[in-house]
Design a binder for this molecule. Structure first.
Ligand code: FEO
Length: 170
């Protein structure tokens, strides 16, 4: 059984993960609007990963006999000044999510909730990857600059596999 504080904090984290999915989908849509299809696909894959994060926590709350009460998801930003600005925002956002996960671990320790501490370890490791992958793209875009370099990076990002294959259009 989850404590009331832990249940509320995990509910809030589901909202934060769904917001992350929404933010990355907004970034994907922005990239589509400036014809950077590779960056758009990378962000779509990121959106799907965030949905997986949200559902992992959702299922865990239910498994522990808790209740999930869904709240409104804040509207994300929808335009940026450059591709680099988008990935800089993504990197900043991941650092913020890491701080949220760390707060959850601290709360689980305070509540002496060992099961939740163990459950959260996956997210602690995942955040290391999440920050590293966003930061790597920021570095690539800085090196690439505008023009040809940008299109090379776009092509490379377009190689990312979607965790859930999208149905063919039409
Ligand atoms: Fe769910 Fe990108 O952290």
């Amino acid at each position: 059984m989850l404590s009331e504080r832990m249940e509320k904090a995990l509910n809030d984290q589901v909202n934060a993960e769904l917001y992350s999915a929404y933010l990355y989908l907004s970034m994907s849509s922005y990239f589509d609007s400036i014809d950077l299809q590779g960056c758009a696909l990378w962000m779509k894959a990121q959106t799907q990963e965030e949905m997986v994060h949200a559902m992992k926590i959702y299922d865990y709350v239910l498994e522990r006999g808790g209740r999930m009460v869904l709240k409104a998801i804040e509207a994300p930003k929808s335009s940026w000044d450059s591709p680099l600005a988008v990935f800089e925002d993504a990197y900043e956002h991941e650092k913020y999510v890491t701080s949220l996960i760390n707060n959850l671990v601290n709360l689980a320790i305070e509540e002496k909730d060992h099961a939740t501490q163990i459950f959260l370890q996956w997210f602690v490791s995942e955040q290391v990857e999440e920050e590293a992958s966003a930061s790597a793209v920021v570095q690539k875009l800085k090196l690439a600059g505008e023009g040809g370099g940008l299109f090379m990076v776009d092509r490379e990002l377009g190689q990312r596999q979607l965790p859930v294959p999208m149905p063919a259009a039409g």
